[in-house]
Design a binder for this molecule. Sequence first.
Ligand code: PRX
Length: 577
Amino acid sequence: MYATETLEEKRLCNIGSYEERLRGFDWAIAEKEMGWGRGDPLNIGWNLTDRICRLGLAKKPALLWEGSDGRERTYTFGDLRLLSNAVAAVLSRLGLEPSERVCLFLDRVPELYIAFIGILKMGAIVQPLFSAFGEESLSTRLLDAGTAAVVTQKKHLPKVRRIRAQLPALRTVVVVDAEGLALKDGEVALDLDSEPRLERFPIFPATAETPSVLHYTSGTTGQPKGAQHVHGSLVSQYLTARWVLDLKSDDVYWCNADPGWVTGTSYGIIGPWSNGITQAVLDSGFGADRWYGFIERRGISVWYSAPTAIRLLMRDGPQAAKRHDLSSLRHLASVGEPLNPEAVHWSREAFGLPFHDTYWQTETGCIVISNYPGMPVKPGSMGKPFPGIAAAVLDPATFEPHREPGRVGVIGLRPGWPSMLRGYWNNPDGYAKKFTNGWYLTGDRATVDADGYFWFVGRDDDVINTGGHLVGPFEVESALLEHPAVAESAAVAKPDPVNMEVVKAFVALKPGFTPGPDLELEIMNFVRKRLSPIAMPQEIAFVASLPRNRSGKILRRVLRAPEWGEPIGDISTLMED
Ligand code: PRX
């Protein structure tokens, strides 16, 4: 039996009737609401701040920020406008040019959000990277993008300094909390508390096709790929935030995601602020009591979270939620991994509201399949395509949509929605491979039922999804091979009750090294420091050698299957791979 929302909720939600929205849908609905005409300049930075201020919302709080040490700051839309102008002016003065890449390597401090807007205002491309990345993860992505500037903070500066010599394109490092620090050549301080606020800045006249954000994402082969987005992505991000997350003018919205990942930019910056919505940011890690306390204190009404976070909350039971007044919550949504039905049932018990699953990717830039407010939730299903998105489950042999419901295939999307990536940086072949028979191939497998609901089955590749974050096996294997004891390595997904998947590594040692717990720990830490805590293998199996096919390619499938209790299959044919 599927629980439905009350009729009243149905009437009041922004999307109204999903079926009605499907009929005659046009992205121009969003363009009209934002007052943008095709062919006019379109700059996301201006739209998130100047446009909102022109609507008379300059004094409305835009960012309610709390740090891990309990510090609090509030910024209005007017503050964001003036401070992002200031950042744009400083970057221009430093000689940065439109279309150059400027990396944000920051915790979730206010400067991250303000600089994101400032970079877009002066026409450069924002490259947000997760601040827990180690030197190797960082240098790979900066080198690939030819990044000209990095904006960072004191605590992360040593990492940037250590790799700087390998990055010929990197001219400037901007430090947002440089007080008391001896800066080196090419490093400059930018203190937003003392930097004069700037009333006017000549906004870069971007068009819908001008590059905006470059997000790196992992694939099976090779190093991570930079998904190139454009300013026109705003059209999709604005409307999906309104219709899927149901954001309304008096909401206080919380998105858990770090802007190092696409959720944290599309729906942690662009979606809410283009709608003039107040959002709260908590710059600290997970803690059930801390999170519930934050929701209570800030009066969060719409919450966009992730299955791993929900599973962590579930461990503390619904009683932990009941100890707080969470009555401000109105709408809950989730992204990043399959949302198990238990999590939906549990959230009804704990919060009196279901989590609504949403599905999308770095490449899609916006939510493409989801459960809409007011639409009956089928727990375990990702829901239905957003109006304006043509999605189908394709027969993997013909790449034609399956005719009957319930058959497993690859999720394909018809190209052309505004926030679709426009390419992979430096990698036209990788981009071309994403399209077949007129479809953009997501690389995810699913079924669709007779009611048109999509059900996630699994990924079509070896990428590991740990806690909603994609880890490329190649990146882990490359890092493992740099350890002096490692001769061969393979990284695969292993099931995990909280993170859904974690990284497990298979390692063959060089002669003279003995397997054991000490070496296992040493290798794990080695990867953690080079890549990130997320990419660190949670287990290492020492093996004599790794299974390979005739051309020498490691057969990860043979290693992965037993972890999931799946049959390995016919090894003789696998060897022919
Ligand atoms: O495999 C799918 C999984 O996460 C992948 C996209 O990851 P990323 O590009 O990092 O973007 C994450 C946030 C948008 C997808 O290809 N995924 C995402 N959402 C879901 C999901 N798997 C199952 N259910 C979802 N709702």
